[in-house]
Design a protein around this ligand. Structure first.
Ligand code: GDP
Length: 445
């Protein structure tokens, strides 16, 4: 998923090792690699330029703390800046308006507007205890109106009927009127899909905005759109005063670079992430986690890299504290570890570095078979949603069947992987005392 960037960053960590300070001369090389990597993650070019300039400012002259190398320190700065940029201004949905608080949904066709409208309705009903009405202004596709009706019912909200012979603006007026008379707290307005930016439809949604005076105007964008997401965001941002972004399809395999582009171009905060096709697949956007995804570096990846480049005790202590504090070793960490193994120049060399109780086992393994097994495991974890990866305990029979089908394996393969993960998690817990530190020392030796 994010391995290209991880590759690059780990390479530059190694290139720059041994210098004690980030200087004008070494930062240029390091940032060139970061720039290439962000472009590969589908972040739009002007956004990358801006971002790099900010990171350079922050990094220059910075003392490198503890046993970190400048390259490592820079990765830390990049990661922090990514999270800060994407996380700035995040807040829940604003409902501070004379009821009904109107929420206008905007975005390209297929971005996930209708699905997100229903997910949001459910969120507002369950988390904010609101009475919610939905309405569709998509008079061009009768199927879209029907789709909203279906998903609204699933969300437990009420749906206001509209028909293709009506004007969107009339539908909006009627819906507001109905919402007022029946004491709805929130009115969610789904709008016509556009396949690409289209002047007439843009004018229509602007008109709707002027009429509805929404308290939130949410731009719904598909995370898989990569570079295109930036152009769409610019057009919608210029047409409408966006108050928030919903990034959908984050359960897919994209590296999520679109998040940075869209955030920076529109200036609007990313409020939610869509994480499945289902009605409950909506999560509050977590910028730090997403920065990790763009960079492809979980704690464990970072740690193992440091092992390869020489042990970093500070990081080891941090990981030990995380594991000990129940911070949790989840399937994302497990996946990161598996990926890292592949990158570290083959398993046999890694095995040599592992503690003896594991190398003993490795001695009678067929390495070719093991590599294939790793690929299968990666496939299985990639077929899981982000939620399943962070909370493996929710993976019961139905999910297992779906994951197995997605990865093209049997359910017992999924079971085997989960079992192995549990053993690893157990081991991490056991080692969290002083054992991990001992293991790190041995690995670095
Ligand atoms: P609209 O044209 O913008 O209203 O888009 P829809 O709501 O009809 O969504 C388009 C497709 O994307 C549908 O098949 C949805 O099920 C799917 N979809 C929407 N959000 C998500 C998401 O967060 N994850 C996944 N996997 N699929 C999604």
């Amino acid at each position: 998923m994010a391995s290209a960037l991880t590759d690059k960053l780990s390479r530059l960590v190694k290139t720059i090792s041994g210098q004690a300070r980030i200087t004008e001369s070494n930062v240029t090389d390091m940032l060139r690699e970061v720039r290439m990597a962000l472009l590969e993650a589908d972040v739009a070019l002007p956004v990358v330029r801006d971002f790099i300039a900010r990171v350079k400012d922050k990094a220059l002259g910075q003392e490198v703390i503890g046993s970190l190398k400048p390259g490592q320190a820079l990765v830390g700065i990049v990661n922090k800046e990514l999270a800060a940029t994407m996380g700035e201004g995040v807040a829940d949905i604003n409902l501070a308006a004379q009821p009904p608080a109107v929420i206008l949904m905007a975005g390209l066709q297929g971005a996930g507007k209708t699905t997100t409208t229903a997910k949001l309705a459910k969120h507002l009903i369950e988390k904010r205890k609101k009475k919610v009405l939905t309405v569709s202004g998509d008079v061009y596709r009768p199927a879209a109106i029907e789709q909203l009706k279906t998903v609204t019912a699933q969300a437990g909200a009420e749906w206001f009927p509209s028909t293709p012979d009506q004007k969107p603006i009339d539908i909006a007026r009627a819906a507001i009127d109905y919402a007022r008379k029946h004491y709805f707290d929130v009115l969610l307005v789904d709008t016509a899909g556009r396949l690409a930016i289209d002047e007439a439809l843009m004018a229509e949604i602007k008109g709707l905005h002027a009429e509805l005076k929404p308290v939130e105007t949410l731009f719904v964008v598909d995370a898989m759109q990569g570079q295109d997401a930036a152009n769409t965001a610019r057009a919608f941002g210029e047409a409408l005063p966006l108050t928030g972004i919903v990034l959908t399809k984050l359960d897919g395999d994209s590296r999520g670079g679109a998040a940075l582009s869209v955030r920076q171009i529109t200036g609007a905060p990313i409020k939610f992430a869509g994480t499945s096709e289902k009605i409950d697949g909506l999560e509050v956007f977590d910028a730090e986690r997403h920065a990790g995804r763009i960079l492809g570096m979980g704690d464990i990846v970072a740690l193992v890299e440091q092992v390869a480049a020489g042990v970093d005790m500070e990081a080891a202590q941090k990981l030990a504290a995380k594991v000990k504090g129940g911070g949790g070793f989840d399937l994302n960490d497990f996946l990161a570890q598996i990926q890292q193994m592949k990158q570290m120049g083959g398993l046999s060399s890694l095995m040599e570095k592992l503690p003896s109780q594991l190398t003993a086992k490795a001695a009678d393994m067929d390495m070719g078979k093991v590599e294939k097994d790793i690929a299968r495991k990666q496939g299985i974890i990639h077929s899981m949603t982000l939620k399943e990866r962070s909370k493996p305990e929710i993976i019961k029979a139905t999910r297992k069947r779906r994951i197995a089908a997605g990865a093209g394996v049997q359910v017992q393969d999924v079971n085997r992987l989960l079992k192995e993960f549990e053993q690893m998690q157990d081991m991490m817990k056991k080692m969290s005392g002083g054992g991990l530190m001992k293991m790190m020392k041995r690995m670095g030796a």
